[in-house]
Design a protein around this ligand. Structure first.
Ligand SMILES: NC(=O)c1ccc[n+]([C@@H]2O[C@H](COP(=O)([O-])OP(=O)(O)OC[C@H]3O[C@@H](n4cnc5c(N)ncnc54)[C@H](OP(=O)(O)O)[C@@H]3O)[C@@H](O)[C@H]2O)c1
Length: 276
């Protein structure tokens, strides 16, 4: 059997911890994973939980890396990459950045144009292994490296590859920001249900389970969401009345405006991060 590539995480916070957890749960050997971070606290957490290797020295971490996952905050990515450029001279590990909004051309400029680089936009449900990640590869990435990256992010959810990096703004607006849209819906459903006389505890429990159940049904079914919706709507029934209210209230236009606004903001932030 082929030896697994050595994966090095630069940054050992929430996202790195979740991905490491997903990999180890899926049988990835902890000895082939290293996490690097300046504070011992984050390192101790991943070491005790997942038995992976740790170091506070990014240079040491990347020395044996086949894959480097950049999991630091976007604002410090330039400094982290500039510092790694020299240790990566003459090496060509696959570099995967999960930093929101930072374009591959900037990572290439900070590290090297010759490196295979993948940009990934995961979302917060990755923290509970239910993430939805969008991925983009630069021209240096091989088919095998793509598969490796896919394996990493499938450990914490589903993956979708895009062919144009500009599509990352749409990914950010849909799945990146999307969990918050559904939290908003749960909040609104809960408040509305309380107004019908239900206790808040009951309303919250039922609202959360209803979102989860609907998502699971949509995932398992061959039917489109529009048909699943119609299946719940008997003529003259309660659902029909509610859906009519949503449509009359302009729910579709509202989604279009909100997702468009998020995509526009993603473009603005990418420009700002690139100028730093
Ligand atoms: N969280 C999400 O839901 C989410 C979703 C999509 C994308 N992302 C992206 O994922 C990245 C990480 O987010 P996060 O939520 O995991 O952040 P986080 O919990 O704050 O983790 C960041 C980690 O980077 C470490 N770090 C700071 N400076 C470093 C350096 N010079 N070298 C190595 N490590 C360093 C931090 O160390 P100390 O704190 O110990 O100093 C910490 O371990 C971000 O770029 C974010 O845009 C996150």
């Amino acid at each position: 059997m082929n030896k697994k590539p050595h994966i090095v995480f630069i940054g050992a916070g929430n996202m790195a911890g979740s991905i490491i957890g997903g990999l180890v749960a899926n049988g990835y050997p902890p000895g082939m994973i290293t996490a690097s971070s300046p504070s011992q606290e984050h390192l101790d957490a991943v070491a005790s939980q997942y038995k992976v290797n740790t170091t506070i020295d990014n240079h040491r971490a990347v020395a044996e890396a086949d894959i480097i996952v950049l999991a630091v905050k976007p604002q410090i990515l330039e400094a982290v990459c500039s510092d790694l450029a020299s240790p990566l001279t003459d090496k060509t590990p696959l570099v995967i950045s999960i930093a929101a909004g930072v374009e591959t051309r900037h990572i290439e400029a900070w590290l090297s144009k010759e490196l295979p680089i993948i940009r990934c936009m995961p979302n917060t449900p990755a923290l509970v292994s239910q993430g939805a990640s969008g991925l983009f590869a630069n021209e240096q990435v091989s088919t095998e490296q793509r598969q490796r990256a896919d394996e990493i992010f499938q450990a914490v959810g589903v993956t979708e590859w895009i062919t144009e990096e500009t599509q990352m703004h749409g990914i950010t607006a849909l799945s990146g920001s999307g969990p918050a849209y559904f939290f908003l819906m749960m909040e609104a459903l809960e408040d509305a249900a309380v107004k019908t006389g239900m206790s808040r505890e009951t309303a919250r429990k039922l609202a959360i389970q209803t979102v989860l159940g609907a998502a699971e049904m949509a995932k398992q079914s061959d039917l489109e969401p529009a048909q699943l919706k119609r299946n719940v709507m008997s003529p003259g029934g309660t659902t029909e009345r509610a859906i009519q209210s949503f449509e009359e209230g302009g729910i579709r236009a509202l989604f279009e405006t909100a997702v468009g606004a998020a995509a526009d903001r993603s473009k603005e932030l990418a420009d700002l991060l690139g100028k730093k």
